[in-house]
Design a protein around this ligand. Structure first.
Ligand code: ADP
Length: 621
């Protein structure tokens, strides 16, 4: 499968071969049963009420056909004046009941439908939040958005069609066929002759619609994929003048969707001429046979009229049912995709009987850990220790595996081989909640939610009091700038923390970590330049935060590595050197070269260099 930019892509959204959904195109009934069973139980009493309403609608429709017999026989043939008033009264009663029952049925069923859709959306979102990071690596955000939107819409359509149309239309047809059989069984047999060809014709259409629905979804996914890559990579697209290329890819996908949508529309519409022709045929036969019986054999004309009325009234719901089958199958593709998402069980969960992590000192030990993201290896047998209560700096070129070490400690991923131990307890065997509860993380690109600054800090320890939050902010050198913002602690941080500067965001993150008060601290130092004042404040806050905790820091500053208790140098996923700044610098190995490059410390005059680095002069490696 080729990606939207004409490149090979492994992403699920662009690779329909990965979609379970199309592997079982025949399971529609099972799918509908599941949709109804999983969601209907809690609504049983309301469903009963709705079905009572629908039964009333169907019965009043049937009664309006049945009464035709007496209108013809009593009023027109027998000329019975009293019956005129009785029948007129009855007709009023019948249609009043029908109106009220239709209202009741619509309100009840729409509410159930909406509630089921809401339930499905909650389940999808719950599942998405349960997934581990590898799921998000292979599932582009655009696909998730599309699924939650597109698929719940499909679920809503299926349920609305099913419950509103099937419930009412099927009961109505049953009632009307009852009237037809009651009035004239032989003519009913004639009329029902059209059933087999109608069913056959519709099922052919259904198969073709399914095929087109599938292609349509593939192209829709392609549109989303192209859109997503274009917006995310817009700088690259513009810098390399790829606009025309991207537009061409997009045009192709859009045309494909348009083409499929037209196909599906014409197939769906084709049920109309099919049913009109067959319906006209049935009515013609009934008129021929019934009219002949009345005219020549002196049969009851009232029964004939009642029969024809029932047949004509049955015609509309029958047409809706025929189209329903086609529409239903079109939408079931979306429902399948919804269940595919809901059924995708996360791989990384607590082992049965997982214990709570107990942290005494907070020693972190990697024992021959191997890990790869799909095919690209990130750690190749990493063995290292971070001593309890000490600061251990991780250094290494970009791609050496430093961030992967953090992700594995937090158990965002599981090692392919080897163990990670915290105070002798394997991270695999403890609950994920207790593990993450003992870890605080401060990264360079702090993400703040668009809620108040107070709430953003409180994420560190939900339930913390205002006084504790304020103390954490003071410790993080954040209190003063927060008080300067209009609204103070109640000011909104803006989407992604956009209303705060980089240095301020970092101090909010430090306050969060202060509040968490976890024994283990993972710190990814900022590479981007902060102004001198922010830098000093951030550093002072960090120093306070690191005190007495086992700290692993991805170091970008010379000051940090110089003050670290130990430095581990990583290279291509392995520990290659280990020691203190002075001992490693003297060794004249990778560390020294990194210092010279990364820390721009060409001479051994480290103290002078420290000055320039402290103001953020750290080149990206
Ligand atoms: P560092 O933090 O030292 O720069 P990382 O731990 O981020 O290194 O990366 C180690 C290796 O794993 C690199 O080769 C990188 O390309 C790869 N890698 C990192 N994250 C992912 C990911 N989410 N999916 C695929 N490969 C990744």
């Amino acid at each position: 499968m080729t990606g939207p930019f004409g490149m090979k892509g492994k992403r699920t959204v662009l690779n329909p071969a990965n979609w379970q959904v199309f592997k079982d195109p025949e399971g529609s009934m099972q799918l509908i049963r599941r949709l109804v069973m999983e969601n209907a139980r809690q609504f049983v009493s309301r469903y009963v009420l709705a079905f009572l309403c629908m039964a009333l609608v169907a019965a009043s429709t049937a009664a309006s056909a049945w009464i035709m017999k007496d209108i013809i026989n009593q009023v027109f043939i027998n000329r019975n004046e009293f019956m005129i008033y009785v029948i007129a009264g009855l007709v009023m009663v019948i249609f009043t009941i029908k109106g009220a029952a239709t209202y009741g049925q619509m309100v009840i069923l729409s509410r159930i439908g909406n509630s089921i859709v809401a339930g499905c959306q909650r389940r999808m979102f719950q599942r998405i939040t349960e997934q581990d990071l590898s799921y998000f690596d292979r599932t582009p955000a655009g696909e998730l958005t599309a699924r939650v939107q597109h698929n719940t819409k499909a679920a809503r359509s299926v349920l609305e069609m099913l419950v509103v149309s099937v419930g009412r239309d099927v009961l109505t047809i049953i009632g009307l066929v009852g009237v037809m059989i009651g009035q004239n069984p032989t003519m009913s047999a004639f009329a029902l002759l059209i059933m087999p060809p109608a069913v056959l014709g519709v099922s052919v259409l259904v198969r073709r619609v399914r095929k087109h629905a599938k292609s349509q979804f593939v192209s829709t996914a392609r549109i989303l994929g192209t859109l997503q890559e274009t917006t995310i990579g817009i700088r690259v697209v513009k810098a390399f003048g790829m606009e025309d290329h991207v537009r061409a890819a997009m045009n192709e996908a859009i045309s494909a969707v348009e083409h499929r949508a037209n196909k599906i529309a014409s197939l769906t519409a084709r049920t109309s001429p099919l049913m009109e022709t067959l319906g006209g045929f049935a009515i013609a036969i009934v008129i021929l046979y019934g009219g002949y019986s009345v005219v020549n054999l002196d049969q009851d004309p009232g029964a004939f009229f009642s029969f024809i009325t029932a047949l004509l009234l049955a015609y509309e719901p029958a047409k809706r049912l025929a189209r329903l089958h086609v529409n239903l199958n079109n939408n079931l593709v979306g429902v399948r995709l919804m269940y595919e998402l809901i059924d995708d069980v996360p791989e990384l969960t607590d082992r049965p009987g997982a214990a709570e992590l107990v942290v005494k000192g907070g020693e972190i030990r990697f024992d021959d850990v191997r890990f790869s993201y799909g095919e690209s290896a990130a750690l190749n047998g990493l063995t290292m220790v971070a001593e309890p209560g000490r600061t251990t700096a991780l250094v290494g070129a970009s791609g050496a595996g430093k961030s992967t070490v953090f992700s594995l400690i937090e158990r965002f991923y599981e090692p392919d081989d080897g163990d990670i131990l915290i105070d002798g307890q394997n991270t695999k065997d403890v609950t994920i909640a207790s593990l993450r509860g003992h870890i605080a993380v401060v990264t360079q690109d702090t993400f703040l939610f668009d809620m108040s600054i107070r709430d953003n800090i409180a994420l560190g320890r939900p339930g913390a009091s205002d006084a504790e939050i304020e103390q954490a902010a003071r410790d993080a050198n954040a209190h003063d700038f927060i008080m300067d913002i209009p609204g103070g602690y109640d000011a909104l941080a803006g989407e992604g923390g956009g209303r705060l500067s980089g240095g301020q965001r970092q101090r909010v993150a430090i306050a969060r970590a202060m509040l968490r008060d976890a024994p283990i601290l993972l710190l990814d130092e900022a590479t981007s330049a902060l102004d001198a004042e922010s830098e000093t404040k951030v550093q002072a806050a960090l120093a306070r935060l690191m005190k007495g905790r086992t700290t692993l820091v991805i170091a970008h500053r010379l000051a940090t590595v110089r003050h670290a208790d130990a430095i581990h140098v990583l290279d291509r996923g392995r520990l290659v050197e280990s020691g203190t700044h002075d001992s490693l610098y003297a060794e004249d190995g990778i560390y020294r070269r990194l210092c010279e490059l990364q820390f721009q410390d060409g001479s051994s005059k480290a103290d002078e260099a420290e000055e320039s680095i402290a103001v953020g002069n750290t080149a990206a490696v």
